[in-house]
Write a protein that binds this ligand. Sequence first.
Ligand code: NDP
Length: 458
Amino acid sequence: MPMRSDAVVLFGVTGDLVSKKLFPALYELTRRGRLDVPVIGVARSPWDDQQLVSTARKSVSEANAEVDDEAFDALARNLSMISGDYADPFTYQRLAERLRDAERPIFYLAIPPAVFGAVVDGLAAAGLAERGRVIVEKPFGRDLTSSRELDRTLRAAFDPRRVFRIDHYLGKEAVEGLYAFRFANRLFEPLWNSEHIDNIQVTLAEGFGTQGRAGFYDRVGATRDVLQNHILQVVALIAMDAPAADDIDAFREAESAVLRQIEPLSPDSTVRGQYAGYRDEPGVAPDSNTETFVATRLTVNSPRWAGVPFYLRTGKSLPGTATEVVVEFKQPQRSLIPAENGAQAPANLLRFRLGRGDGITMSIQAKSPGAEVTSRPVDLSVDFGAAFGRRQEAYERLLDDAMDGQHLRFARAETIEQEWRIVGPILDLAAEVQSYDKGTWGPADADALAGGWHTPDL
Ligand code: NDP
């Protein structure tokens, strides 16, 4: 097993990601005895150590109902700050001096992708890249070309085994649970194909807008922000074949194989929307054509999935926040028992809740009480929070894994390239986005696309 990192460097420590996710993760790792190494924040803002500690305290307090003071103080003792410009070699000299005793530092690039190149070059010039690991965040580039370019930049300085690409969905227990559900059970895998499954829907809904980050979002949009990475990762886990062996290479081969079978998305079966009022937000171009909503139909070109549409949708300012996969089964071969109203009984559904309140619900038909032999849908349901209690947050697990040099839960360059290939035809479409009202499920055309979406549990 590779040796654990002995220092953590957070570039962009003044930013949103560090506040929301990384400070709470570092605190939790400290609390569990998994982190007791220098944590160095780097940014252009003129912060001192005290400001760094007080910001960390604030974000840890916001993320936890109760803070363990002893654990936080232990983290605070390890925190220190370096302010400097990323184009200035002196910034990296000071960092190298601070990392004198660290043999395996890990560098987290929590900065806009446009700055990755300057930082990677600075680390390489200061002799830090050759002994360090690097973590980069999605989105990896803006399209296939820029993603390859980013990859070349990283590989020029870092050995590929020391590059960690975060798609934090891969760190979510519930997302990893899709894999366990399919391959740890005998029950469903025989049904997991076009003979028994009618369609699959993936919804990643946000009940909020751009949360003051419209300027950033306007250059990205829903396809790049969510569909290209999180949603396609989920599709891969749902659609892949069983790996040939129980090891990371076999898993990755199976994941790549299914991604290669996915056809590029078509503008003809894609609906892009923008919520009303978006163009008035600060930082948004008055004529912005950026989509805050996208719905599309995806085809997996394999015998297993022949004729099974995958409907995908994501958007901001929808009726609530939820991430769900709904697998809709076909009707029984002989429909002997109607619903109570005499109509055909609804299809069996398997609903995977991947967001807050994660769990699985299976909707089946049961006999309705009474003299008539009719059926009524009932739910068999598990709530993982109730069943398992607290589980690690995605960023906590991912930081822990990267510090250990473990790659399983990180996105691979090949996966990312496939994902860009798949979304390529629907990036930057000239056709005007369709407007939708906040608090609705997007433009009406999106409803027609799937012929009826299953509404997530909100
Ligand atoms: P921010 O926009 O908050 O930027 C982070 C920090 O980078 C800022 O505090 C700023 O610090 C510095 N920065 C901003 N612009 C520049 C610039 N032009 N040159 C140099 N430094 C700059 O980003 P986030 O924290 O939101 O995201 C960081 C990374 O993580 C990005 O790659 C983003 O795509 C990714 N990401 C973010 C998520 C989130 O929830 N926020 C989720 C998933 C991925 P200073 O001015 O002090 O140097």
